[in-house]
Design a binder for this molecule. Structure first.
Ligand code: AMP
Length: 292
């Protein structure tokens, strides 16, 4: 694996189908599953690592975002990456950008409502990665459900010749969705954080038992999260195609939750189908390598 800092270097020495896995680093098994999927689904695997200032709505969140390039390089290589593209801010934004990618829909609810400007930053940086790295395929996690829909639509609207592929959420053995931000949780906060996945799984169980009412599903999640002592931002049932709020589960969708646990904001979701089935993600058998 080569670690490079410029778009030009990241385009050298590639062959066949080029697969891209964009990340903000501090890799965990969720990222590694994406890299392994890219290894199977392409000939050259490029992993990008960039903590994108444009998508952070809170300066404190950006400042404390965990970073460790040496650790990430070893993990990316072990998962099958050929090229690790780790640009600095000057490579990504050599001059103050006056061009932004802004979606006129899909971004006014959930994460878009709670994190002003977030999706403009995400769409802009992913468009730059698509333009600068020219992948044929790119893998994104279903954990960031709204982001996956936003990026798929952005790529289609702007005619990027990139196939956007979604990957199920990786979870700890007890159900907690893997997130780079989990390293901030104290052991008590980690218990509280479990309420997100527990609420979502309880809602998915209710769907399997016939529940289709959106408000009822949202209440199952909200009650569990608030009851555990987390600060709920939202629990929302949305369409999987256009993220519009759903009163009933009548089209494929996802039930998403965002909550603050101490100083850490976490998100999670389950993808639900009107036939009663759900994608709850995949569980690790042992503790994540995130904790050393
Ligand atoms: P991030 O580094 O948080 O920006 O995430 C980079 C990519 O990894 C995004 O496509 C995320 O959706 C994906 N990702 C993050 N956490 C998980 C997870 N637990 N399972 C699967 N994919 C994930």
């Amino acid at each position: 694996m080569r670690t490079v800092g410029t778009f030009g270097e990241a385009r050298e020495g590639r062959s066949g189908v080029v697969g891209l896995v964009p990340t903000m680093g501090y890799l965990h098994e969720g990222h590694l599953a994406l890299i392994e999927a890219a290894r199977k689904g392409s000939d050259t695997v490029v992993v990008s690592l960039f903590v994108n200032p444009l998508q952070f709505d809170e300066a404190s969140d950006l400042a404390r975002y965990p970073r460790d390039l040496d650790r990430d390089a070893a993990l990316a290589e072990s998962a099958g990456a050929d090229i690790l593209f780790a640009p600095d801010v000057a490579e990504m934004y050599p001059i103050e950008p006056v061009t932004r990618v802004r979606l006129e829909a899909l971004t006014s609810t959930m994460e878009g409502a709670h994190r002003p400007g977030h999706f403009d930053g995400v769409a802009t940086v992913v468009a730059k990665l698509f333009a600068g790295l020219r992948p044929d395929r790119a893998w994104f996690g279903r954990k960031d459900a709204q982001q996956l829909v936003v990026i798929s639509r952005m790529a289609a609207d702007l005619s990027f010749p990139v196939e956007v592929v979604g990957h199920p959420t990786l979870r700890e053995a007890d159900g907690l969705a893997l997130s780079s931000r989990n390293v901030f949780l104290t052991s008590h906060e980690r218990e509280v954080a479990l309420s997100l996945s527990q609420g979502l799984f309880a809602a998915a169980d209710a769907v399997a038992d016939g529940e289709r009412d959106g408000a009822a599903l949202q209440r199952i999640v909200a009650d569990r999260v608030i009851g555990a002592g987390a600060g709920l931002d939202y629990a929302e049932l949305a369409s999987a195609t256009d993220v519009s709020p759903q009163e009933r589960l009548e089209v494929p969708g996802f039930l998403a939750v965002a909550a603050r646990v101490g100083a850490t904001r976490l998100i999670d979701n389950v993808w639900l189908d009107p036939d009663g089935t759900a994608d709850r993600g995949m569980r690790l058998e042992r503790k994540s390598a995130l904790y050393g």
